[in-house]
Design a protein around this ligand. Sequence first.
Ligand code: SF4
Length: 439
Amino acid sequence: MKFYIKTYGCQMNERDSEAAASALAASGHEMVQDENNADILMFNTCSVRDQAERKALGKLGILIKLKKQKPDIIIGVLGCMAQRMKEQIIEKIPHVDFVAGTDQFHKLPEIVESTILKRKHIVAVDADSEIIENLSGHLNSKNQISAFISVMRGCNRFCSYCIVPYVRGRERSRDKKEILEEANMLVNAGIKEIVLLGQNIAAYGLEGRGQPTEESPFAELLQTLSGLDGLLRIRFTSPHPQYFNQKLIDAMASLPKVCKNLHLPMQSGSDRILELMNRHYTAKKYLSIVDSLKEKIPGMTFSSDIIVGFPTETESDFNETRRVMREVGYDNAYIFKYSPRSGTKAAEMKDDVPQAVKDERNQILLAALDETTGRHNKALVGSTIEVLVEGVSKRNSERWCGRSSSNKVVVFEPLPGIKIGDLINLEITRATAMTLFGK
Ligand code: SF4
């Protein structure tokens, strides 16, 4: 049968969808890109924000029309919202045929098969430790040079605003050997860059140790993967600052294949708010990681997640966030206006920062970010940057683009002989806040 998967939310969801699609393709189904051509429609959902869930529920609701026209069509809800709402999804939207939670992706071929044969609702949301080594399939397409690898699942941190530990369960790390095999397979298929994924990736391999230690199995994993011939670059996301120790800093500094860009979620620059968020670090500790990396790795860039308007956030707390942001000098940041997620600790607090104040703080940070990226990009004009060629630019088919190790996109006019996946040097001739132009 023909299947279609739409993914909401983060890169981990994208990776789960890819692995699930690969398992379905291996069991004889065919993936299609147009939902109108599919017999099985699946929605891999996100629960991080209420808005993301409402979007998915809205989409599922309007599929009733399609289900009436084509009663044989199968509709499935996967991932975080499936895990959080379980059978409630079917109670609300009875034309959904199956619900498969965050540990059920590897079982999708069976779930789909049962739905086809039995024609009754299925709700599969049990925890299943087998998923950890049964979700390594990829769908490499022609000209693809970058691929995701999930190295761990779940999160133990329980940041007070976050639903992830409740829907994705506790941390489970994959065996290093299995990760290496997957990376090897990808490199043999032409992949040049791998992006390692985990909700709390710097804690890879530390299950059962409770608190962060001086050890860093994740740094060792980076070192092992760096030894793969043919692999040019390694990126990873997202590390929690509490686990970012000296071993990991040294590994990033000493392994040239590990990219000079780090997404290090700050969330707030106020120690008081960080404590309420249950983040277990201070602004000083956060800045000390950034400073060490800047000192050891010239050209290092940073991005972050920041929440404005967390309960009780005062003007002075917000100014601390602005200060840390200025000191780091982010080249990108995802800035969120706080909204409570039911079931989390923070949802028990009064959401007392007025919407207008959240909007204003959001605008102030966005403007600051724009100013910093514009300034950083302009400073690169005249310099030479090595980029990994990604192919035709999305905005202008006459031009190509590539990405620097520091995650800067550079647009250029291709010369004959340049191929996707090449590493080339470009002289930067012009810059905007978003893009660099080179020759
Ligand atoms: S580290 Fe915190 S914010 Fe990140 S997934 Fe875990 S609980 Fe959520």
